[in-house]
Design a binder for this molecule. Structure first.
Ligand SMILES: Nc1ncnc2c1ncn2[C@@H]1O[C@H](COP(=O)(O)OP(=O)(O)OP(=O)(O)O)[C@@H](O)[C@H]1O
Ligand SMILES: [Mg+2]
Length: 353
């Protein structure tokens, strides 16, 4: 049995349903839950913590069925996007609040608060009121308050979404350290794929209250199930047919392009090929490289996205996206109309079915 098991969970809130959700996590796992807005991510967290009673299904935590327990008996903590600290209490009191019921000894309380505050880098802020803190500091205080009780499961609902890119990066590192020191199992809802890459060992994709795909980030991002998940993750997907086998490579004819993949398939088989935008190298001319695929096309759009640039290209009958740094964008003179080559390895052209 897994540490956390959500079995066949159904919730009906009138107009929206969580539909037969299955989730599993081992102790110490870091699960990220992603999906479009309104797909039921927050509702799923709120059902796991016990704010909603499911119509059907069970929630098992460390071998115990907690489905019918009140939220405060589940040993689960939840951190929201907006920290919800008590405004009239200083940071110390906010963090200490939850353990005051358990611990009587003042020295011990102080030691526990200082320990978690130290891990999260807010040791200097303990005697300030929340209103005087930056967004990132408030979130660290909120995380400290949730972790100090050593929950069996920590639920995070978009904890970093109101923060800037640099602060997010810093907080990810601190959170990672804190959860490893407290050996916490985490279920983290996010819209930011960076959270998945930086923190998670598992990712679950939700759509309209249903689990569409789950697995380790590497396999979900590289081999998303076609259509919805692939599109949601921003993967290039080309649909076609296996034309031939060349040695260990599979040659696929897809949308007017010929693509080499190192994944096995049968000649004549209908397949789709998935290529991550980050795996594509752009070159002006034909480049000598060990990468098996070089496709020629024309830039159709260039868009800034956080600290990177997304380049859209027309290639064959397909539109292919690549991601480059602003510097390479400038060096390559990427602008609509420019002819470009997209270069990628056969091992990065993954066959999906
Ligand atoms: N108490 C409720 N009663 C009725 N409908 C609800 C209730 N809570 C949420 N919903 C609806 O359920 C759907 C899923 O909501 P939820 O908040 O879980 O989405 P989400 O995936 O967290 O979205 P976001 O990414 O925008 O936070 C939405 O359509 C929402 O309007
Ligand atoms: Mg939500």
């Amino acid at each position: 049995m897994s540490f956390l098991e959500v079995r066949d969970l159904c919730l009906d809130v009138g107009g929206f349903e969580l539909d037969r959700i299955e989730l599993k996590a081992e102790k110490g796992d870091y699960l990220t839950l992603i999906g479009p807005t309104g797909s039921g991510k927050s509702l799923l967290l709120e059902t796991i913590i016990g704010f909603y009673g499911p119509e059907k299904g069970r929630i098992i935590l460390e071998g115990k069925d907690i489905t019918d327990l009140p939220p405060n008996m589940r040993q689960i903590s939840l951190v929201y996007q907006d920290h919800m600290l008590f405004p009239h209490m200083n940071v110390f009191e906010n963090i200490a609040y939850a353990i005051r019921k358990k611990l009587r000894d003042k020295k011990q309380i102080e030691a526990e608060v200082k320990q978690i505050a130290g891990v999260l880098g807010i040791g200097e802020l303990l005697y300030r009121k929340p209103a005087t803190l930056s967004g990132g500091e408030k979130q660290r205080a909120a995380i400290a308050r949730s972790l100090i009780v050593r929950p069996k499961l920590l639920l995070l609902d978009e904890p970093f979404s109101a923060l800037d890119v640099r602060t997010k990066e810093k907080l990810r590192k601190m959170l990672k350290k804190a959860i490893s020191e407290y050996s916490t199992t985490v279920l983290h809802v996010t819209h930011d794929f960076e959270d998945v890459w930086a923190l998670a060992n598992r990712v679950v994709v939700l759509r309209k209250g249903k689990v569409m795909q789950s697995g380790d980030p590497e396999s979900v991002f590289r081999q998303p199930s076609p259509d919805f998940v692939a599109e949601f993750l921003g993967t290039n997907v080309l649909k076609g047919k296996v034309k031939a086998l060349e040695g260990k490579l599979t040659v696929i004819e897809a949308e007017g392009l010929e693509i080499y993949s190192s994944d096995p398939a049968e000649p004549g088989e209908k397949v789709a090929v998935s290529i991550r935008p980050e795996e594509i190298i752009l070159a002006r001319g034909v480049m000598e490289s060990s990468a098996r695929n070089t496709l020629k096309g024309k830039v159709s759009g260039v868009f800034k996205k956080e600290h990177l640039v997304v380049v859209e290209m027309e290639m064959g009958h397909a539109e292919i996206k690549a991601v480059v740094t602003p510097t390479s964008c400038e060096m390559l003179g990427l602008e609509p109309g420019r002819e470009m080559h997209a270069v990628f390895k056969a091992s990065n052209a993954r066959i999906i079915r």
